[in-house]
Design a protein around this ligand. Structure first.
Ligand SMILES: [Zn+2]
Length: 137
């Protein structure tokens, strides 16, 4: 494409309403890095994610029926970005969001710093952390 007017092409429907805009690859390669975050933010605003409330009743049950061979602790750490709290329940900064707690010994959190899913697995004798990173970097 060499004509300046062919890089941005609006597409209209039969009623004459703007339907979409096509941007040439050449132009996108020049502005995409700057424009993409704006589009991402606009899409987030158009499609807000509805977060489920934290399952605090399950958390309470988890503590109530504790039967592991070591004392309960509410420590949570993210091995992806290094975020950590000594006491998830009482940490005012709330670096992790509880998404699941079950009596089998699994606690699942979302790290607010990097977005990773953090699984704190309780076994009879030890605790194991796993994470699934969602960040693309
Ligand atoms: Zn993290």
């Amino acid at each position: 494409m060499s004509d300046k007017n062919t890089h941005v092409l609006p597409l209209y429907d039969r009623q004459g309403n703007l339907h979409s805009i096509t941007i040439s690859a050449e132009l996108w390669n020049r502005v995409g890095r700057k424009v993409a975050p704006l589009l991402e933010n606009a899409l987030d605003a158009m499609y807000p994610t509805v977060e489920q409330p934290e399952p605090l009743e399950d958390w309470e049950s988890f503590k109530e029926f504790w039967d592991f061979r070591y004392p309960f602790n509410a420590e949570v750490q993210c091995n992806c970005c290094g975020a950590k709290t000594e006491d998830w329940e009482h940490d005012a900064a709330k670096p992790f969001r509880l998404t699941n707690a079950n009596l089998g010994g699994l606690l699942v959190f979302r790290c607010k710093a990097c977005g990773a899913t953090v699984r704190k697995k309780h076994f009879k004798d030890h605790i194991c952390y796993e994470h699934t990173a969602v960040c693309t970097e």
